[in-house]
Design a protein around this ligand. Structure first.
Ligand SMILES: [Zn+2]
Length: 256
């Protein structure tokens, strides 16, 4: 009896140390620990594998596909302060959005258009979100002036620093959002427009040569599926093509 008890305790100790070891491995953080210097970290998670990233002052945020090299898998973000790792999070969508927009959105926070882009990225299905925020094939959001002095010309800069992970290896999508969207008083109708344009990218309409009314309807159907029914209606009301416009596409009636 006594021997069994000791054996049991021994097994318990053994299994708990196994549990500790495997919990560490389970997060898939390959030999990385809190307090680790950023330089050592970069030997394990190289800079050229960054999915997205952000720097401000003494803070760095580095996001990777987890596991590395799997573009459609979930992501892990590492937080650094003063060149030391302070924590990591899996699927930190809010942070990935910040990193992404910092680099690829030419709108200023907190403009209504910026808010709308952010909201669409936050609300669209996660898998599609990861697909369109991939640095290998990003969407660039840029201003498109239809009035004011900038309607004649404007410039934006996009910089890739030495050592940054390669950007746009598979090309990129440019979404130009007209400043007239600012006529909206709330982000809702702008979200409808932004979601529609992102839906074209998810459906790959342009690369597949689908630039017709069917492609328009498919994009609209997709955003309703994503949950942007209300925003779609608001956008159609405010920005939709008017009846009689020769370029207008006819929406087929939708039953739920
Ligand atoms: Zn369209």
């Amino acid at each position: 009896m006594r021997n069994n008890y000791l054996l049991f305790v021994g097994m318990l100790l053994l299994s708990s140390s196994f549990a500790l070891a495997s919990a560490k491995d389970e997060v898939g953080i390959h030999g990385v620990f809190v307090g680790m210097p950023e330089n050592d970290f970069l030997k394990i998670y190289p800079q050229n594998q960054w999915r997205d990233f952000r720097h401000t002052g003494v803070n760095d945020w580095l996001t990777y596909n987890e596991p590395l090299n799997d573009p459609f898998h979930e992501v892990v973000t590492f937080y650094f302060e003063n060149d030391k790792l302070i924590q990591w999070k899996l699927n930190d969508r809010a942070e990935v959005i910040k990193e992404y927009l910092d680099e690829f959105c030419f709108y200023q926070d907190p403009s209504l258009i910026y808010q709308a882009i952010k909201d669409v990225l936050r609300r669209m299905p996660y898998k599609d979100f990861l697909n369109v925020t991939n640095r290998q094939r990003p969407i660039l959001f840029t201003e498109f002036y239809t009035e004011g002095t900038a309607r004649f010309a404007s410039s934006s800069e996009f910089i890739v620093n030495a050592g940054d992970s390669p950007c746009c290896k598979e090309g990129f999508t440019l979404i130009k959002l007209g400043m007239s969207l600012g006529l909206a008083k709330t982000p809702g109708p702008i979200e409808g427009v932004v979601a529609h344009e992102i839906a074209h990218r998810v459906l790959d309409s342009i690369r597949k040569g689908n630039v017709n009314c069917d492609a328009e309807r498919a994009a609209n159907a997709l955003i309703r599926k994503w949950g942007f029914k209300k925003e779609f209606k608001e956008a159609s009301k405010l920005f939709g093509q008017k009846k009689g416009d020769p370029a207008a596409c006819q929406e087929v009636s939708h039953k739920k």
